[in-house]
Design a binder for this molecule. Structure first.
Ligand code: MLT
Ligand code: MN
Ligand code: ZN
Length: 308
């Protein structure tokens, strides 16, 4: 299995266009130790030719330009064979608009995400005007099932499990603030040939026992690194929401993500993804970043490539 990190930042990216927090200012000024990041997306492949795009970020155009594996090799084409959405949030779906010239496109997502994307943010409806638009491939997570197994045609040799995450539904969803199974999912992907597995969960509000089960059996975990402190947006003065209200578990503090990661087997490769621009770990010289290094926790960057 091959994994490409197209975008490692949370919604807004790094720097965020209207933010002048210390991090955003520093990366704009090219200060040492700060690296720009685009919004949340990875791609997965078993043959290195056909890729499953996991989340279509608003930054997709620059992400594709920076990634030769995804360039067309016929007059019109793309390395992107299919798309999977882990939720219906702006930072994970808006890039579908930029893929309109490649419709029809198969889109894997849950009934909840599909419902938001045909109402509050009606991308399916809009794109139906482009050559067949988006073809929904249902990932059947709902109130009756919190986990589901499936195979993706373009990723022969890989096996997918989607599991429900307690996070949050988008602001334009009727379920905002009271999410249910299917509003956010994590992926557990196994390569049937190598036996290696990846657990990908960029939005993770609450690592339940079931979720921890998937994290514990993965060789590589790529998990929610949105904020260091739960009240980080408030402390830095850029917002009023806590990490928990947005559906993201903070890295630091009692019951924080680092504590959960510390319970994983010593051999597990631990990578943080979906990093918000306020997070002090984006300063490579920060104390917080040194703590991560000490705990063998990596921070994903755009262009990171993994082979499992
Ligand atoms: C989130 O994960 O909460 C989103 O990144 C928010 C957004 O994109 O506006
Ligand atoms: Mn997000
Ligand atoms: Zn900022």
């Amino acid at each position: 299995m091959q994994v490409l990190v197209l975008g490692s930042a949370a919604g807004g990216g790094f720097p965020q266009w209207n933010c002048n927090c210390t991090n955003c200012e520093s990366v704009r000024q090219n200060r040492e130790g700060y690296t720009a990041r685009t919004q949340s997306s990875i791609a997965i492949s078993s043959d290195g030719k056909r890729w499953l795009l996991c989340n279509a970020s608003p930054d997709i155009r620059s992400q594709l330009n920076a990634t030769p594996e995804l360039w067309p090799n016929t007059l019109r084409g793309s390395g992107i064979a299919e798309v999977l959405l882990v939720d219906a949030q702006v930072d994970h779906v808006t890039g579908l608009l930029s893929l309109r010239e490649g419709c029809p496109l198969d889109i894997w997502c849950t009934p909840n995400a599909h419902s938001d994307l045909t109402s509050g943010f009606p991308l399916f409806n809009m794109l139906s005007h482009w050559n067949g638009g988006l073809h929904w491939r249902a990932i059947g997570l709902d109130e009756t099932s919190s986990t589901i197994d499936f195979d993706v045609p373009s990723c022969e040799g890989l096996h997918f499990t989607a599991f429900a995450l307690a996070s949050n539904a988008p602001p334009y969803s009727p379920r905002r603030g009271r999410p249910s199974n299917g509003d956010n999912l994590g992926l557990f992907i196994t390569d049937k040939t190598t036996g290696q597995s990846l657990c990908y969960a960029p939005g993770l509000g609450q690592p339940t026992e079931e979720v921890m089960g998937y994290l514990k059996k993965a060789d590589v975990v790529m998990v929610d690194g949105t904020v260091w402190e739960d009240d980080e947006l408030i402390r830095t003065g850029v917002g009023t929401s806590t990490g928990q209200q947005m559906g993201h578990l903070a890295l630091n503090g009692q019951g924080g993500m680092r504590e959960y990661l510390a319970t994983l087997p010593a051999t597990t490769r631990k990578i943080l993804i979906h990093i918000n621009n306020t997070n002090p770990i984006l300063n490579e010289a920060s104390e917080e970043r040194a703590v991560l290094t000490q705990e063998h926790i990596e921070v994903a960057f755009d262009g990171m490539r993994l082979t499992l």
